[in-house]
Design a protein around this ligand. Structure first.
Ligand code: AGP
Length: 616
């Protein structure tokens, strides 16, 4: 899941590459490298193990590497340990082809053996070196030029890739290709930029081309020419990206994660407003941009939601919401399981895939699995032009904007409200929600941004609480129904950025085994936003307290007797209980954040993780 950047133009390439890579470090950060060509000279390759700043130091922020045409890479190791040797760019021994790659070449062992039979030697453990040398092999064997050599390689390799290469015989040109890994190309003022993700080049241009799956392109100064696998030229439309570069920066916050937590009121509001309309003081759902009609919804027999990680957690919340509001059965599946378990789908099962990046390999595979069975698919996706956004039959775009922190917050919140809107639309289509109820629910949804603001006012108190627990070893999150689903997210937030073991448990399930782990001082966080489950969950909290747990409770305004049970209480505004997850999750995000800060960890780039998981 690495990040790649390319530049060809009149400026020096290396500073542009380093700048772009710094925006992509969330995709991988165990080593980095760049290759830059000055006119017809051979490329200069510089690599460094560790964070990008080491590469920056090594190249004097790029000044030490001259030339206007180059490619760069930040790595998240898949084949071979993080090391300078395995870092990209990789090259053929005579420097005929130099390239960077994001993704995985599944049949690289077999291809390596084939190349070894043709006297190729290998210096790294990477699949990328194999891909680069295979291009070199076809280029020399058939003498057909870069596009045909790359096309022959694409037909031969299995797996996913976004690849950028420079050929010795073609100075001032970069050749790119992609399959199932993201890549965008930007143009401005006679300069051409390429990257795995928009924020890497947004500072320079908002005029973007999306290169399709199994397509290639030749980039030269101010120009991109696209080709299909047959080598025929294909026309592409230039898209204007509306985000500004500022939106992809930290904006005064210490970490992207906190900035993104604070953006939630705005992006939740934007996402809600994009899917509703107001006529004569009456709010109603408007899914015209999604492309799904009331008739389509009426025909839905049941729903499968497939996603990974936090996106899966939003599916868990929305399972409760959809079943309750629309009376349509919902099954929530981990995309990584769904794709391999031959799932039973009815002809009218709607398969919803949820993804911030729109590139998560397992979620994309789940989408394709559903499509191959003839089922209709709906993507709840944040990144415009991503693979899921392009391949799903219907797309509900969340408007979270660029999310940089590996730990998702604002995209999660937008996915939640996207699910609520769908639940209401489905409920209406199925005749369980009338116009009055629809208006009431949407009116309440529109209050969520202000209520999230209110929860954010608790920040200092939550920081104080979090700092006391920086050294705990185990934390349990317990709740029932929607609260259980919120607990799953709270627990993941804590473990991924604080490296503290934690588990989310349905509150009633703890006593079936796990309660034996509770001992003096174990932190247990109970979520109780659902009225009819309040007493039940309180009882479960009392059970753990009597075994020594330190209790933190999250509930809505009015339930002040929580303070009789909990050692630390957090109150969030009241809302329709279907939407309570949108408020209850906020303090859990903030607690996770501040525990990580208190431990002095790298909040935005936790170890072993990457933002966009494009490998299975
Ligand atoms: C959550 O903080 C994680 N970064 C992770 O669980 C994430 O939600 C998951 O990998 C899915 O990513 P996606 O939304 O881009 O598909």
């Amino acid at each position: 899941m690495c990040g790649i950047v390319g530049f060809v133009g009149k400026k020096q390439a290396a500073p542009v590459l380093l700048d772009g890579l710094s925006k992509l470090e969330y995709r991988g950060y165990d080593s980095a490298g760049l290759a830059v060509r000055d006119g017809e000279k051979d490329p200069v390759i510089v690599k460094a193990k560790g964070r990008l700043k080491i590469l920056s130091e090594k190249t004097a922020d790029g000044d030490a590497v001259k030339g206007g045409c180059g490619i760069g890479h930040t790595r998240w190791a898949t084949h071979g340990e993080p090391s300078e040797n395995n870092a990209h760019p990789h090259c053929s021994d005579d420097m005929n082809v130099v390239g960077v790659h994001n993704g995985i070449i599944e049949n690289y062992v077999e291809l390596k053996e084939k190349l070894q039979r043709h006297d190729y030697k290998f210096y790294s453990e990477t699949d990328t070196e194999v891909a680069i040398k295979l291009i070199d092999y076809y280029y020399k064997k058939y003498q057909v030029g870069p596009i045909d050599a790359i096309a022959k390689t694409m037909v031969r390799v299995r797996g996913s890739y976004a690849i950028a290469v420079m050929f010795k015989d073609y100075p001032g040109e970069i050749y790119v290709a992609r399959k199932d890994s993201p890549m965008v190309i930007g143009i401005k003022d006679g300069q051409t930029y390429m990257a795995s993700d928009v924020p890497a080049i947004l500072k320079y241009t908002n005029q973007i081309y999306y290169i399709g799956n199994m397509e290639m392109a030749r980039l030269d100064e101010g120009k991109a020419t696209f080709f299909n696998l047959d080598g025929d030229e294909v026309e592409k439309e230039l898209h204007t990206i509306e985000w500004d570069a500022e939106a992809a920066e930290k904006g005064g916050f210490e970490h992207f994660m906190m900035k993104e937590i604070y953006e939630q009121p705005k992006v939740v509001e934007d996402t809600i407003n994009s899917a509703i309309k107001e006529e004569k003081n009456q709010l109603s759902v408007d899914l015209s941009a999604v492309g799904i009609t009331e008739e389509d919804l009426k025909n839905v027999s049941d729903i499968v939601i497939a996603a990974c990680g936090s996106a899966w957690h939003t599916g868990m919340v929305n399972q409760y919401v959809i079943e309750d509001l629309a009376k349509v059965p919902v099954r929530v599946e981990l995309a990584s399981e769904f794709r391999y378990r031959n799932p039973l789908l009815n002809p009218n099962t709607l398969v919803i895939v949820v993804s911030q990046s729109g590139e998560t390999a397992d979620t994309l595979a789940a989408l394709r699995e559903a499509k191959s069975r003839g089922n209709k698919t709906l993507g709840i996706v944040n990144v415009v032009g991503s693979s899921i956004a392009r391949e799903a039959d219907y797309v509900l775009q969340t408007l979270a904007g660029p999310e940089i922190s590996v730990a998702t917050t604002k995209a999660y919140s937008c996915q939640l409200v996207a699910g609520y809107v769908l639940a209401i639309a489905l409920g209406k289509a199925k005749g369980h929600i009338d116009a009055k109820k629809e208006n009431e629910l949407l009116t309440e949804m529109k209050t969520l941004p202000a209520k999230i603001e209110k929860v954010l006012e608790e920040k200092e108190r939550l920081q104080w609480f979090a700092s006391k627990f920086a050294n705990v070893h185990d934390v349990f999150y317990i709740g029932r129904g929607i609260d259980y689903a919120v607990c799953l997210e709270g627990s993941l937030k804590l473990k991924e950025i604080s490296y503290i073991h934690s588990e989310a448990y349905a509150a009633g399930e703890l006593k079936h085994g796990t309660i034996s782990l509770i001992e003096d001082g174990t932190l247990v966080i109970g979520c109780i936003t659902q009225n009819d489950l309040y007493e039940k969950t309180i009882s479960n909290m009392v059970e753990v307290k009597s075994r020594g747990a330190y209790l933190c409770g999250v509930t809505s305004y009015g339930h002040y007797n929580l303070e009789d049970t909990a050692d630390f209480s957090i109150f969030v505004p009241k809302t329709d209980e279907h939407f309570a997850a949108s408020l209850a999750v906020i303090p859990l995000q903030i607690i996770g954040y501040f525990i990580s800060v208190a431990k002095g960890l790298d909040v935005d780039k936790p170890r072993n993780l990457a933002k966009s998981v494009t490998v299975e």
